[in-house]
Design a protein around this ligand. Structure first.
Ligand code: HEM
Length: 100
């Protein structure tokens, strides 16, 4: 789990560091794309945040962790899947004209 959350945070930081402002123009100039991006980034940010909270709560020998973390784990998973699907739709919209 540490590896998965760390890989996502490093991936996001890498994408932020290597994307120049001009590359965002196709998103920011089209309201539909901008809305989709905003929801994607919001849900993605919340999913990553929930993943970090899960890790922060985890203790190696804790017996109560599974029950205490259940709702956060569910929220992380649901938000992650929604983010992924919206990301795919956003990507297809931007690069293939599949949706508009
Ligand atoms: C759990 C976190 C996240 C997941 C699983 C995720 C997943 C994805 C996926 C699958 C795509 C489609 C990739 C493609 O078209 O090649 C995508 C696109 C994108 N994501 Fe995320 N994402 C996450 C978080 C974020 C966050 C927090 C941001 C920005 C604040 C972001 C910004 C973008 C942008 C700008 C695109 C469009 C890139 C393009 O195709 O040109 N994502 N994401």
């Amino acid at each position: 789990m540490i590896v998965a959350v760390a890989a996502q945070l490093i991936g996001l930081a890498y994408v932020f560091a290597t994307t120049d402002t001009a590359a965002m123009q196709p998103i920011t100039s089209v309201p539909y794309n901008m809305n989709m991006f905003a929801v994607h980034a919001l849900f993605g940010g919340m999913s990553l945040g929930a993943g970090v909270v899960l890790l922060a709560l985890w203790r190696p020998k804790s017996t109560t962790f599974p029950q205490k973390s259940k709702k956060i784990a569910l929220a992380t998973t649901v938000l992650w899947i929604l983010t992924f699907v919206i990301g795919l739709v956003l990507g297809l919209t931007l690069h293939s004209g599949f949706f508009i």
